[in-house]
Design a protein around this ligand. Structure first.
Ligand code: ATP
Length: 319
């Protein structure tokens, strides 16, 4: 049953189309990640979804309420739909506790107190509650911005790359913590990012956006095993073009290294990774370079190797 939906939403800036007939249906409490490269229309999409930008055409619905855009509504935006982006704005002279309670100004004081206490606990911010934003790390400040957005208990949370200022370890920890908080509250979530790994840490359900259009939607396994385009395939790993075969590619993990065979190359680079060595291999015919996994860590720079692969692992990718 659809709860939050975008219906044929398009947006053009002057002559440029940023979003083209974009449609989406989410059930209550569903999480979806949208992955797209820079300029693919992710921020435009979320601003329209939050009622903060006027679309050129199409509609946004939350339950049976049509979301009004800034041309239709005096004060743009909704408490039910909150957007968090990387450039959050905290009140610099207010403490963490005051920042979180600010959106609850008109609420019952007793409710406000309990809600802020609960958010401080959920996001692990109790010990910082009396600090000013400048006395916090980037990750802690981002948590305060998230708590501030959650204060009014939004039905829908839209996350626009809000973790991009954080280092990888901090980011993964925050995504994990946030996932628990949002699951518990039954919030419907759309997370946009250019990083597939971040997306898959929050949810297994991913939509790929390119040049304002939906390229593919599915769970990680379906997208990885049956990518529709080279861009989707490359989000998971590099892909190697098979010589003399049009649009045929093979992933580094699907290549086996042997001492005999037909496709000959030699190792020109080697990287130590957690579960395998990653090799760069220059093919003898044509000089093309393949990236190949060496799980046995057997081969060294300069070695001659023959490359094998199963036909069923070959990806045929046109776009
Ligand atoms: N105010 C504007 N005026 C004109 N063009 C714009 C405007 N805002 C965005 N665009 C264009 O619309 C397209 C989509 O932009 P948008 O910011 O939605 O993409 P994005 O996927 O969020 O990018 P990024 O990941 O870099 O933030 C881009 O080509 C951008 O140049």
């Amino acid at each position: 049953m659809s709860y939050f939906s975008l219906r044929q939403v398009s947006k053009s800036y002057e002559s440029q189309t940023a979003l083209h007939e974009f449609s989406l249906e989410l059930a209550k409490g569903e999480f979806l990640s949208i992955v797209g490269e820079s300029g693919s229309g992710k921020s435009t999409l979320l601003r329209i979804a939050a009622g903060l930008m006027t679309q050129s055409s199409g509609e946004v619905w939350l339950g049976d309420q049509q979301i009004q855009n800034p041309k239709q509504k005096l004060v743009a935006g909704y408490d039910e739909i909150k957007l968090i982006h990387q450039d959050y704005h905290l009140f610099p002279n207010a403490t963490v506790e005051e920042n979180i309670s600010r959106p609850l100004m008109n609420y019952d004081p007793e409710y406000k107190k309990l809600r802020v206490k609960s958010l401080l606990e959920q996001l692990g911010l109790e010990k910082y509650k009396d600090r000013l934003p400048r006395q916090l790390s980037g990750g802690q400040q981002q948590k305060v911005a998230i708590a501030q957005a959650l204060a009014v208990e939004p039905e829908v949370l839209l996350l626009d790359e809000p973790f991009s200022h954080l280092d990888t370890i901090q980011k993964h920890k925050l995504i994990f913590e946030l996932k628990e908080v949002l699951r518990e509250s039954g919030t419907t979530v759309i997370f946009v990012t250019h990083d597939l790994d971040d997306a898959l840490r929050l949810t297994d359900s991913v939509l790929i956006l390119q040049k304002g259009k939906v390229i593919q939607k599915g769970n990680s396994r379906a997208l990885c095993e049956h990518p529709k385009t080279r861009y989707v395939a490359r989000l998971f790993s590099p892909i190697n073009l098979i010589p003399d075969r049009l649009d045929n590619y093979i992933r580094p993990a699907d290549v086996r290294l042997r001492t005999k065979g037909e496709l000959l190359g030699h190792v020109i680079d080697q990287r130590f990774l957690v579960h395998y060595n990653s090799l760069l291999i220059r093919l003898r015919n044509g000089g093309q370079v393949w990236e190949v996994d060496d799980p046995a860590r057997k081969y060294e720079i300069g070695d001659r190797v023959y490359l094998h692969f199963d036909e069923e692992k070959v990806l045929v990718l046109k776009g």
